[in-house]
Design a protein around this ligand. Structure first.
Ligand SMILES: *Cc1c(COP(=O)(O)O)cnc(C)c1O
Length: 454
């Protein structure tokens, strides 16, 4: 019983501690200018975290973070990351175009794609990106469709089987479509060397959203050892090890955030133990973090527009899964805070007034941001903050039910705000119907109407 009480107190404290990065006053002021829903980003938080990442890997002179563009392709946010020396990890031609538009080219692009279309390889090649081959057959395919194999290349490894860490976190590489077997990797290195490659990289992504400081160090040990054997047996010079993404964030209040300094230190120890004795002390460490770089520094601001009491209690908000699909797609937890609820931080889990399903308006019953969630009482008109939407939030959006994707707003370090993507309008949704006369009429009708509204 006492144990249980202690746990409840810990949980209450954790809930109280997980607050939005913007104050009640800031959010109430923002909704005067920007209709809900919108994604809001925290410039100060992004910068502070980037400094921590830079410091954690400062021991490795070649260290580079290639931000995973798919996590958040907003150019304004990527240009903030550029100030900290970030490159771009792209996996499609449009992501490459975003990189190019920001002046990110050459070795500042890591092209980590899979099942890659020819056009994507062609653009990556044109931009001089570092190609991270997902499969051994892609080497020939690249030559046929994009040109000669570049001097610097990388290969993606998949060890198969189950990947397990001491704390039980694991993933199932044996069931994942990515990467090459060890045998293929040795062959690929030899093949690429024959085709003129001179500097080689090694990449793997073995577990997603790991909330433990052990993941990167454990992965580094696997890759460092493999790199040592590859260099020894093939004579290929390994120039970099790419630890990819997978460093997670505490979506749940009771989770302990990763300590990037401890992660960097763990990787350094593995480097000292494995690469340095092998005479490989000039190997650069790369990362392709998306979630860890942007996840906590975005949130979805939405408003309760209906409540409904049938067999369960529902709160209907003006956002839906088109704005944030992770809960619908993976059953992912996203913390929800009611802005300015009396008691705010004190209105914790234990003292919750109600148990709600917080739902969007799609005609899909999985369009729920929270299911059976203990919450403070919510009234129609209340503003809600859905936390941790900075990565794989807006970027995973879609248009089911003809629902439109929201705006993105940056809360700048100086407290001012900036619209960094407008909300979609009906004419955006209809734009691809311009091949039809009735489509063009539809587009023009909404433009006329939109014009009058403004
Ligand atoms: C998705 C992805 C990432 C980013 O993963 P996070 O978990 O967001 O850090 C990095 N590299 C590749 C190849 C990916 O597919």
């Amino acid at each position: 019983m006492e144990d249980h009480q202690q746990n409840q107190e810990d949980l209450d404290r954790a809930y109280a501690a997980k607050q939005p990065f913007a104050t009640k006053e800031q959010i109430e002021s923002l909704v005067q200018h920007y209709p809900t829903p919108f994604h809001l980003y925290d410039e100060a938080g992004i910068r502070k975290n980037m400094e921590a990442i830079r410091d954690a890997f400062a021991w490795n002179p070649g260290f580079k973070e290639y931000f995973a563009v798919k996590a958040n392709p907003n150019p304004r946010l990527i240009s903030i990351l550029r100030e900290y020396g970030c490159g771009a990890d792209c996996s499609s031609d449009t992501e490459l175009m975003i990189a190019r538009s920001l002046g990110i080219t050459g070795s500042d692009i890591m092209f980590s794609s899979n099942n890659t279309p020819a056009a994507d390889f062609a653009l990556a090649s044109e931009l001089g990106a570092t190609i991270n081959f997902d499969d051994i057959t892609h080497i020939d395919f690249f030559e046929r469709t994009a040109g000669a194999v570049p001097k610097t290349v990388s290969c993606r490894f998949n060890p198969g089987g189950l990947f397990q860490l001491a704390n039980g976190i694991m993933d199932n590489p044996g069931d994942s479509k990515y990467g090459m077997t060890e045998e293929q990797l040795f062959d690929a290195y030899r093949m690429l060397k024959e085709k003129g490659a001179e500097t080689f990289g090694l990449h793997a992504f073995l577990a997603s959203n790991t909330v433990t400081n052990e993941y990167y160090p454990a992965l580094a040990r696997i890759l460092f050892d493999l790199a040592r054997r590859l260099q020894e047996e093939t004579g290929c010079r390994v120039g970099f090890i790419n630890l990819s993404g997978g460093v997670g964030i505490p979506y749940r209040p009771e989770q302990q955030a990763n300590d990037i300094r401890a992660i960097g230190e763990g990787v350094r120890r593995a480097y000292e133990e494995i690469l340095v004795p092998a005479g490989m002390d000039d190997v650069a460490v790369f990362a392709e973090m998306g979630r860890f770089v942007m996840g906590p520094y975005g949130c979805l601001v939405t408003r309760a527009i209906h409540t409904k009491d049938i067999y369960k209690h529902y709160v209907g908000v003006d956002a839906n899964a088109c704005n944030l699909i992770r809960p619908a797609m993976y059953g992912a937890y996203h913390h929800v805070t009611v802005v300015g609820q009396p008691g705010g931080p004190d209105k914790t889990h234990a003292s919750a007034d109600a148990v709600y399903d917080i739902v969007g308006n799609l005609c899909e019953n999985n369009d729920k941001f929270a299911v059976d969630r203990a919450m403070p009482h919510i009234d129609i008109g209340d503003l809600l903050v859905i936390h941790d939407t900075g990565a794989h939030g807006h970027s995973m959006g879609y248009n089911y039910n003809g629902r439109l994707r929201s705006a993105e707003v940056l809360l700048r370090s100086d407290g001012t705000d900036e619209l960094i993507r407008r909300a979609e309008r009906p004419d955006d949704y209809f734009a691809t119907l311009d091949v039809l006369p009735e489509g063009r009429a539809l587009i023009n009708a909404c433009r006329d109407c939109g014009g009058k509204d403004e």
